[in-house]
Design a protein around this ligand. Structure first.
Ligand code: NDP
Ligand code: A1CAB
Length: 272
């Protein structure tokens, strides 16, 4: 288990940083007083302090100095200047975890003091409700104990798997970005029901629960999605009509392309 008394600090307390902090507090893997966050935007910090009881600062170095594990949750475009400003405070006892899309481990290892233990993670926004899907890749100097720590933190907010760094851009395109591909599916299915006369609230509830149930069924039964689809499609029934409409619209190619395009963008971000 992660030492309950370890201090975890977040640099960047925006959408993903705060999602992870909420998940971590809910999972009770650290005490709120051992969690800290810094950000340039003070109102975010004040909200988090009021809601979660964590330590806050607008000075990144305060959080770095107070933390054993540092989670970098700023935009990839801001990361260069953040690393430059923080390198003087990164001592060899600290583990650095970055969730920035695209940025390779070598960027941190080159920017920070020689031998810094770095782990690259790509979580997703569902950490807020303890259902994140995270891929985790170790840097050159990260130990197996460090990987255990990272897997424990990210497993506490959902499902976490180790991946080679070469696949981290794909993790970003699939599960990092994925929630944004599924929310419009839920909304559009509900739109169809609204068009047919259902009220919006019921339509969204039934649509979201349908996606949740389908995903849960796949994960819990271990069955192939094609086989599960066949269980729903009665010959000459209703479902096969809907499946035909989706195939006519090229929905599979559209979703494949969404993952491919997001992956390519992650690769591009890493080259900057
Ligand atoms: N959103 C998501 O679903 C996911 C995001 N990620 C990754 O997480 C990281 C953060 O993304 P996200 O939370 O969406 O972005 P946000 O913009 O919501 O959060 C980043 C936060 O960092 C603040 N910030 C900017 N500069 C600094 C600085 N120098 N020091 C401290 N804080 C600073 C920003 O303030 P300000 O806005 O005022 O600039 C903002 O509040 C990114 O690298 C992204 O790739 C990974 C997985 C999923
Ligand atoms: O859109 C982005 O760049 C970030 C990374 C994965 C999810 N959001």
């Amino acid at each position: 288990m992660v030492d309950y008394n370890r201090k975890i600090g977040f640099i960047g307390a925006g959408k993903m940083g705060s999602a992870l902090m909420q998940g971590i507090i809910k999972a009770e893997i650290v005490k709120p007083e051992n969690l800290g966050a810094s950000d340039v935007y003070e109102p975010f910090l004040n909200d988090l302090k009021a809601k979660l009881g964590i330590n806050i600062s607008t000075d990144n170095s305060v959080i770095v100095k107070a933390s054993d594990i540092l989670i970098l949750a700023v935009k990839p475009q801001t990361l260069g200047s953040v690393l430059e400003n923080l390198k003087a405070y990164i001592t060899s006892d600290k583990l650095i975890i970055s969730i920035a899309a695209g940025v390779p481990l070598a960027t941190y290892e080159n920017a920070l003091p020689a031998g810094t233990r770095v782990i690259r993670v790509m979580p997703n926004i569902a950490a807020t409700v303890s259902e994140a899907a995270s891929g985790i890749a170790p840097g050159k100097y990260a130990t197996s104990e460090d990987m255990k720590t990272a897997l424990e933190i990210f497993s506490a907010v959902g499902t976490a798997v180790q991946e080679p760094e070469s696949l981290m851009d794909v993790v970003t395109g699939l599960s990092g970005s994925g929630p944004a591909f599924i929310f419009p599916v839920i909304e559009a299915m509900a739109d169809g029901a609204v068009l047919e006369g259902m009220d919006r609230k019921s339509a969204l509830t039934l649509s979201a629960q349908t996606v949740l149930g389908a995903a849960k069924m796949m994960l819990e039964t271990g069955m192939h999605p094609g086989e599960l689809k066949d269980m729903v499609t009665s010959p000459a029934g209703t479902t096969i009509q809907g499946v035909h409409a989706l195939e006519e619209a090229g929905v599979r190619a559209a979703f494949m392309n969404a993952v491919i395009r997001a992956t390519e963008r992650s690769k591009e971000l890493g080259k900057k």
